[in-house]
Design a protein around this ligand. Structure first.
Ligand code: PLP
Length: 429
């Protein structure tokens, strides 16, 4: 693919060149200046991605050149900042192919998007006492705990669709579609499910599941935290009712996230938080509210982060989501092959299709110790329960080590990971 302009040109093994892409992320050069013999290997993009220079520059430009609060001032800077926020909304709309920018609510992240839904749906005509919400065993705590709170407060039932626990099944660790199908009927009214499991990388066939749920009149909310930076997400093609994700996992800043909602469903939800910016008219007797999305955006948001997410989206689009997906699947395939050659490694199952995550244990070495040894080699992985305690319990472990990939990863990063794991093994005898 040598027609592609540098710095996004390809190499022989992959549609992208992680080494070239790394150059767009100042953290790698800054770290290499301090650690020339062991440059940073960053394998924790599932927790948060590093930031390209363009995202950092967009945030800096806002603070240095037109900083002001939005929607309140008639002066130039305030209008420019307000325009920038609305341009970011349009960028998000285009990224996920939402019908309108009005379908895009800015939140502080995936967690807030899910809390917003769980807190407001029971006060809307969309969910009533006696209905059932279904989640799955693959979920991050952010897609479990808000629904438990809702269940306890509103007498709405909560059920959990299991994963396939049969080690001999080719879907081991994936969502159990037959068991889920049994839950997709009355009184289920909402399915809230991940697009991709952060703890194992299990990819959920959400398009088919949404179609099945809709055949039974069930609404579907997708936790896209682990999907949007790794594959092309089209909310209209998926036909989902709600979709949530975080800016910091798509090469954007912390402090911003997105809740996409179908127009009529957002309109049916009451406000989540109240205060400035979300009202039409306030008197001491009564307040009327803005339509969505402003209805859900009370108070001053993280303006810099919202501006930064547009730069992140432009970065994703310049690299190309199809190429990112192919690159990361190549990395995962290589990692699986290389890791499997290490004695006593157990790779957590992820069903039939795995996104850019490999979770594993190594003999009796605690994942936290592994993480510390790898850190000595300047390799950043995540160790622990990955905010998915129930899923790890289903898989019979309390903690794992997790390598998760991004655009800047190279095959040599995986070689470094494996060498460091072998060193850990030698140390722990
Ligand atoms: C699948 C999934 N859902 C939800 C979250 C929560 O995201 P945030 O902490 O950005 O709100 C994460 C974060 O790791 C995640 O991976």
């Amino acid at each position: 693919m040598d027609h592609l302009p540098s710095p996004l040109a390809s190499d022989a093994k992959s549609p992208l060149d992680g080494a070239i892409l790394k150059k767009q992320f100042p953290i790698f050069a800054n770290d290499a200046a301090k650690n020339p013999t062991k440059p940073l290997v960053y394998l924790d993009s599932g927790a948060s991605t590093q930031k390209p220079a363009t995202v950092i520059a967009a945030i800096r430009d806002f603070y240095e050149n037109y900083y002001a609060n939005i929607h309140r001032g008639v002066y130039r800077f305030s209008q420019r900042a307000s325009d920038a926020v609305e341009q970011s909304r349009v960028a998000v709309q285009k990224l996920i192919n939402a019908p309108s920018a009005d379908n895009i609510v800015f939140t502080s992240g995936t967690t807030e998007g899910l809390n917003l839904l769980a807190a407001t749906l029971p006060y809307s005509p969309l969910l009533k006492k006696g209905d059932r919400v279904v989640i799955s065993e693959l979920e991050h705590h952010a897609n479990i705990v808000p629904w438990q709170m809702m269940r306890d407060r509103h007498r709405i039932d909560l059920a959990v669709a299991p994963i396939d626990r049969n080690p001999d099944s080719d879907n081991y660790g994936g969502i159990d579609r037959d068991a889920l199908a049994k839950l997709l009927q009355k009184p289920t009214r909402l399915l809230a499910i991940t697009h991709s499991a952060n703890a194992t990388g299990a990819s959920v066939p959400v398009a088919e599941i949404i179609a099945a749920a809709h055949r039974h009149g069930i609404l579907v909310a997708i936790d896209g935290a682990q999907a949007v930076a790794h594959q092309r997400v089209d909310v209209q093609a998926l036909d989902c009712d709600f979709y949530v994700f975080s800016g910091h996992k798509i090469y954007g800043p912390t402090g911003v996230g997105v809740l996409y909602g179908r127009g009529e469903y957002l309109a049916a939800l009451p406000p989540y938080q109240t205060g400035g910016d979300m009202i039409e008219v306030v008197s001491f007797e009564k307040t009327s509210f803005q339509p969505p999305p402003q209805r859900f955006e009370a108070g001053t948001p993280d303006i810099a982060a919202i501006i930064g997410i547009k730069a992140a989206i432009e970065f994703l689009q310049a690299v190309g989501l199809a190429r990112i997906a192919a690159h990361e699947h190549g990395l995962v395939a290589y990692a699986l092959a290389e890791l499997a050659a290490i004695p006593e490694i157990t790779i957590m199952p992820a069903g039939r299709k795995r996104d850019g995550v490999v979770s594993f244990t190594l003999g009796k070495i605690h994942p936290h110790d592994l993480g510390t040894i790898l850190d000595d080699d300047n390799i950043a992985i995540r160790a622990g329960h990955h905010c998915a305690q129930p899923l790890l319990r289903c898989l019979g472990v309390a903690a794992t080590a997790r390598a998760s990939f991004g655009v800047y990863n190279e095959f040599s990063d995986i070689d470094r990971l494996c060498a460091s794991l072998r060193r850990a093994q030698a140390m722990w005898g």
